[in-house]
Design a protein around this ligand. Structure first.
Ligand SMILES: *Cc1c(COP(=O)(O)O)cnc(C)c1O
Length: 390
């Protein structure tokens, strides 16, 4: 069975994890900082904070952006539910800006209107869908003008670059960028996430929020009479200064992350070459179109999403997916618009307000794309699509 996405683990990765288990610290040890440095250097950001998941990263970022009661977070409907949920976790409200149909990313024109309707917006969360960077200069300008912080959800986009060549994660157009290391993403730690930023203040707050809100580094104590005896710091003393969480990642996971980072360039280049092979195979097919028609040279190609005109092909998507599955190929739909999820419906989302997202959803299908997919397997997938849609 060919899955739609899958991690790549080699002997080096296994050895790295075994080494920590044999002689390292299991959690709160030095390997976490090494992984953070590795990611910060790779993306070109000053600071990075590793956490237990991409969702935890988004939650902490939303808090730091100031999302809370009466304050709004805006994201795109075409994303994983976590991008939106972060706003609700922080106690705020969530609004959605429709997509640009040529990129499947948040449309700046739609964001402008949604910002006007939601003057209490504190966070704008563009999602670099399938690894294709959003129009960040436009999104940053609109958010700045509205007094909102930009949080890039780069769960798909480790290894992607903006058109100016800088890497996603450098935070040139945002206060914070979040990543996920779930097994279907660019690199994996099992579960895990990261926030990058160039702000020392944000970095320090993230370190506290990751671990119960307890003081870190050389944070100033609030109550010095408790903290010091005759000018010397009390060895047992710590302060809970914010309401934080237990969102720590382990050294075991970070050891895997460090080992995976050695292969990131090879991973991205393999994905690029598979994408080119798919592109060439489908050029002449009328019923299949690329989901993202501009900017793909800069993408990290987390997914291979296509639009299929199922109505014209006279085959329902479910029948099509089941037929592929019977022949050993798994496909997936990324994503059901968050706006039509029952929970968001209950919150009052009006799904017909997002026509471009709904139209995309009708036609969307992600074909298998991962580092270990062989050319031979890909040829089989292509042959199946030609058989059904050619
Ligand atoms: C995977 C993903 C997340 C959540 O990451 P986890 O590590 O699974 O918590 C958030 N946003 C997007 C767009 C994702 O694809």
């Amino acid at each position: 069975m060919i899955p739609y996405g899958k991690h790549h683990i080699d002997e080096e990765d296994i050895q790295a994890v075994v080494d920590v288990l044999r002689c390292g610290t299991l959690t709160q040890g030095p390997v976490i900082e090494v992984f953070e440095r590795e990611i910060a250097t790779y993306v070109g950001a000053k600071y990075a904070v590793a956490v237990s998941s991409g969702t935890a990263a988004l939650h902490l970022a939303a808090i730091i952006a100031g999302v809370g009661p009466g304050k709004t977070l805006i994201t795109s409907p075409i994303t994983f539910v976590a991008s939106a949920n972060a706003g609700l976790y922080a106690g705020g409200e969530v609004a959605f800006a429709d997509i640009d149909p040529t990129t499947v990313n948040m449309s700046p024109a739609s964001l402008k209107l949604v910002l006007e309707k939601n003057p209490n917006t504190k966070a704008v969360v563009p999602v670099h869908f399938a690894g294709l960077p959003c129009d960040m200069p436009a999104i940053k300008k609109l958010s700045d003008d509205a007094g909102a912080v930009v949080i890039e959800d780069a769960a798909h986009a480790l290894g992607a670059s903006y058109p100016d060549g800088r890497r996603v994660g450098c935070c040139a157009h945002s206060l914070m960028t979040t990543f996920s290391f779930h097994p279907v993403k660019s690199i994996v730690t099992g579960e895990g996430g990261m926030i990058t930023t160039n702000s020392e203040d944000v970095y320090r707050r993230l370190l506290r929020l990751r671990s119960h809100g307890i003081n870190k580094l050389d944070d100033t104590f609030f109550i010095s009479s408790q903290a010091f005896t005759q000018g010397v710091q009390n060895p047992w003393y710590y302060e809970m200064q914010d309401l934080g969480f237990h969102y720590r990642i382990t050294d075991i996971q970070c050891a895997l992350g460090i080992s995976q980072m050695k292969k990131i360039d090879a991973f991205i280049s393999r994905r690029r070459s598979l994408v080119k092979r798919y592109d060439n195979a489908f050029v002449d097919l009328n019923l299949i179109g690329l989901a993202q028609t501009s900017g793909r040279d800069f993408s990290s190609h987390h997914l291979y999403p296509v639009r299929i005109n199922f109505a014209a092909a006279d085959i329902p998507r479910s029948t099509f997916m089941n037929a592929l599955r019977q022949r050993g190929v798994t496909t997936q739909v990324h994503y059901i618009p968050v706006t039509i999820q029952p929970f968001y419906q209950r919150l009052g989302c009006i799904s017909k307000n997002y026509p471009k997202s709904n139209k995309y959803y009708e036609e969307a299908l992600s074909l298998p794309l991962y580092v270990d997919l062989t050319n031979k397997q890909q040829d089989e997938i292509i042959a199946l699509l030609l058989e059904f849609l050619g």
